[in-house]
Design a binder for this molecule. Structure first.
Ligand code: MG
Length: 203
């Protein structure tokens, strides 16, 4: 068992939220594969992949691995050790290292693309769980919701990270997506842990 991930594994999902996500994923993996949008260095992926292992399914881990807005040079969450020889943010190498070290290569399929790029060509698949934790601009979050947010099997979960109803505590894009999902009539509120919110697919 690789949970909780070592503190050395870079990422932004606190352990209590990780456990919550893991429990959702354990149920969801009985329905089908899992989709993570925004993998960064793989810390959150580990929570999902351990659940996938138990059900012999997989996590599709979608990330362009060029970093979100806040990871770019000069931004709040920039990490200079994650810049490649072309001067671009590159989290793919670290992501693969995380997954390999945990022995979860068989359970994780890295999808190196933007949501828009992949969504245009990858249709007709539904997931036991979709975890939206990608870019936090309104445009990025809306694209994640519109492209994959409705591809959840009945009984499965849509999980959204960094949901902050109070603008003083955080950006509003994930909260907007959460409200849209609830308003769609496709989901009901399921549970919450910190800034992680889960909705259950009704039909
Ligand atoms: Mg997050």
């Amino acid at each position: 068992m690789t949970l909780p991930p070592s503190p050395a594994v870079r990422g932004f999902l606190p352990d209590d939220e990780g456990w919550h996500l893991h429990k959702l994923a354990q149920q969801a993996a009985e329905l089908g594969p899992l989709l993570e949008i925004g993998s960064y260095c793989g810390r959150s992926t580990l929570w999902l992949a351990e659940a996938a292992r138990a059900q012999q399914t997989v996590v599709f881990a979608l990330d362009h691995h060029r970093g979100s807005e806040e990871h770019q040079v000069g931004e709040a969450f920039h990490d200079e050790t994650l810049v490649d020889d072309l001067g671009q943010v590159d989290t793919l190498r670290e992501f693969r290292r995380t997954i390999s070290q945990a022995g979860l290569d068989e359970q994780v399929i890295a999808m190196v693309a933007s949501t828009e790029q992949l969504g245009r060509h990858w249709q007709g698949i539904a997931f036991g769980l979709v975890f939206i934790d990608g870019g936090h601009s309104l445009e990025a979050a809306l694209t994640d919701w519109r492209t994959f947010g409705q591809r959840v099997m009945p009984g499965g979960f849509l999980a959204i990270h960094d949901v902050f109803p109070d603008p003083a505590t955080g950006g509003q894009a994930p909260y907007t997506v959460w409200r849209m999902a609830l308003a769609s009539g496709l989901y009901e509120h399921h549970s919450q842990c910190g800034s992680l919110r889960a909705l259950r697919r009704l039909r």
